[in-house]
Design a protein around this ligand. Structure first.
Ligand code: ZN
Length: 245
């Protein structure tokens, strides 16, 4: 299987997405693209981001913001800024974009991986934030490994009884082996990182070698923040891009 570029939580940030695609193309890992949900929501370029994915061979999973934007999720649990952004997004989606989001599945099996947005138990909504949480959820995963997004923090957790537990900015630029054990992997967020590092996060997965590389790339955060503010979206959604929280 070709190397996969694993992305999550793009959140309508086209500057971050373009920077990731450019960086990945440099080292030839953009042949296959797996997107773990939340293409839209928070950011100001939902249609542009969906167009980028349309142009590529891509497996894309539905996230809670994707479902919310097309009226297929109850967004009463969203915080006020997220809910406002969700309504803004829904009003801006082109017909083609809405059709793209409506066709997304909440989970896809690509052996030996399960691809979901949140968790293997509750694919669109549940957060996995610890190795303990990953282990408790392992019985819901029909494949050896699980790829998730949703927390916006890069992580690699053992789902079986092992010690490995990496998360946050500390795993940037590390290449780790998946060959021994069962793993839950989160590439971090392309368009709204929350681990204190504002650079766009992504992962390079090599299914033949069973290795994963966690990457970061700088992009025009000031431009993205200005775009969010100019769109009339909540100011806090612009400010957080500059600090990565
Ligand atoms: Zn998200």
């Amino acid at each position: 299987m070709a190397k996969c570029l694993v992305l999550a939580d793009i959140h309508a940030n086209v500057r971050a997405l373009d920077a990731v695609l450019r960086d990945a193309a440099r080292w030839g890992a953009a042949d296959t693209l797996w997107v773990l949900g939340d293409v839209v929501g928070y950011g100001a370029e939902p249609n542009e981001c969906i167009e980028r994915l349309h142009d590529r061979v891509c497996i894309c999973i539905a996230g809670n913001h994707d479902l919310g934007a097309i009226g297929r999720a109850d967004i009463t649990s969203f915080n006020p800024d997220a809910a406002a952004a969700c309504l803004w997004t829904g009003s801006r989606l082109s017909t083609a974009s809405a059709d793209f989001l409506a066709a997304l599945s909440c989970g896809v099996e690509e052996p030996p991986f399960l691809l979901v947005h949140g968790s293997p138990r509750n694919p669109a909504w549940e957060y996995v934030t610890s190795a303990t949480g990953a282990r408790a959820l392992s019985r819901f995963c029909p494949q050896p490994h699980c790829l998730v997004g949703h927390t916006h923090v890069p992580a690699l957790f053992r789902m079986d009884a092992g010690m490995l537990h990496h998360d946050g900015a500390s795993i940037v630029d590390s290449d780790l082996s998946l060959s021994a054990g069962r793993f839950l992997l989160n590439p971090g967020s392309v368009g709204q990182p929350r681990d204190g590092d504002p650079r766009a996060a992504f992962a390079e997965l090599d299914p033949d070698e069973m290795t994963v590389g966690f990457r970061r790339v700088e992009y025009d955060t000031a431009g993205a923040a200005a775009s969010v503010a100019n769109a009339g979206l909540p100011r806090s959604l612009a400010a957080r891009l500059l600090v990565g929280f």
